[in-house]
Design a protein around this ligand. Structure first.
Ligand code: PMP
Length: 390
């Protein structure tokens, strides 16, 4: 039965982690997998998360099933944080808890596949490697459009809109809400408004992926483009992950919101989301979402979480500024935001950095900025320098 299956390629980042762990050099650097790291290279559990877990341990008195939509209070308080209380009450919006941002994207993809099976999903290049497989596995066609211009290390809006001119009404456009993975580049507010108007006049449906809320310029600034988009568009989808900004990666915490043209359409959508979730995972895991709910409902915990998030963001943006100041070819990194940057290096350069200096990064040249250390950033840029354009 199974021998006819084609062999799947190994996950390159997991292979990289194994190589890193076998490396005994004390100054080795893991810039591969996308988790926040502190100056010591650790990915600690946040204080506010530990405190919320303590409260849950004391107070939780049942593990009985929740519904397919997860914990409605988690979704409600997260909506207040992300969308603001007013928009959270918009009857055209409906949201349910999902297993991480990945689950939210997949649930949205399944909804789209049911509603419009012949829709094409447009995704800018480069992107998170899981985007295209998620939509393809749901049976949708995927086409890539240009997004990043490596020669300027910036968005190529003209190329993006030229490619999207081939989209048909009802097609879907995936947009990173903030902190683009892997390039860190951001559309300016004016460019974002152009993209939104483009989608609106051509009847394209935006699907925003917001996986790094608060890790770019702050909680309000990072979600502002998404809010403007929801305001302007009749229909849109929003996949949200709490796995980075609450440091809950393995606990799989996320939500999907869908905005329908009318309250009736949102009610229809909600029924489909519940039915789809039931057949895929029945209900999302509770623990991580319960932690987020505790944090968002208890003002002391919430303030502490915000302070911790600000420290994380400060570390990332401090490292960005330091990199930008040390080499002209790295200057754009200072303007970019989020966990990642794409270095202008070849796979051969990446291999040389790994073998000669114990610097581990993806073959694409994507680095996790938080994997760097302030204390050794000079050394990093010195070792990287020979491979960078003058
Ligand atoms: N979207 C993007 C752009 C991501 O980088 C990630 C995580 N790497 C996700 C979605 C999914 O996040 P989660 O771990 O919550 O599934």
């Amino acid at each position: 039965l199974f021998d006819g299956l084609t062999r799947q390629p190994a996950d390159p980042l997991l292979g990289l982690t194994a190589l890193f762990e076998a490396d005994r050099r004390p100054d080795r650097l893991d810039l591969g997998v996308g988790v926040f790291r502190d100056e010591q290279g650790a990915t600690p559990i946040m204080r506010s998360v530990k405190a919320a877990e303590g409260r849950l341990l004391e107070r939780q008195d049942t593990k009985a099933y929740l519904g397919t939509e997860g914990d409605p209070l988690f979704v409600r308080y997260l909506a207040d944080l992300v969308l603001g209380p007013e928009r959270a009450d918009d009857p055209r919006l409906t949201g349910i808890q999902t297993p991480g941002g990945t689950g939210a994207l997949r649930l949205g993809a399944e909804l789209l596949a049911g509603a419009r099976p012949d829709a094409t999903v447009w995704i800018g290049t480069p992107t998170w490697p899981n985007h295209a497989p998620i939509f393809r596995q749901a049976g949708l066609s995927v086409r890539m459009h240009r997004f990043f211009d490596p020669s300027r290390s910036d968005v190529d809006l003209d190329a993006m809109l030229a490619d999207l001119a081939n989209a048909r009404p009802g097609d879907v456009v995936v947009l990173h809400g903030c902190c683009h993975n892997p390039t860190g580049v951001t559309l300016t507010a004016a460019q974002w408004a152009l993209v939104v108007r483009f989608c609106s006049t051509r009847g394209l449906v935006p699907f925003v992926d917001l996986a790094y809320h608060g890790l770019g310029d702050g909680l309000e600034a990072d979600v502002a483009p998404t809010l403007a988009l929801l305001e302007a568009m009749p229909e849109a989808l929003l996949a949200y992950s709490c796995d980075k900004n609450f440091g809950l990666y393995r606990d799989r915490v996320g939500a999907l919101w869908v905005q329908g043209a009318t309250p009736g359409s949102a009610t229809l959508v909600r029924g489909h989301l519940q039915a789809l979730a039931r057949s895929m995972w029945s209900m999302p895991p509770d623990h991580g979402a319960a932690i987020v709910r505790e944090i968002l409902t208890e003002s002391v915990l919430k303030e502490d979480w915000k302070a911790e998030l600000e420290t994380m963001r400060g570390r990332i943006n401090g490292l960005r500024a330091a990199l930008a100041a040390l080499h002209p070819a790295l200057a754009p990194i200072g303007r970019q935001r989020g966990m990642f940057a794409l270095l202008p290096v070849t796979p051969a350069n990446v291999a040389a950095l790994r073998v000669d200096h114990g610097i581990y990064m993806a073959d694409s040249g994507r680095i996790n900025i938080a994997g760097l250390r302030t204390a050794s950033i000079d050394r990093f840029v010195k070792q990287l320098g020979p491979f960078l354009p003058a």
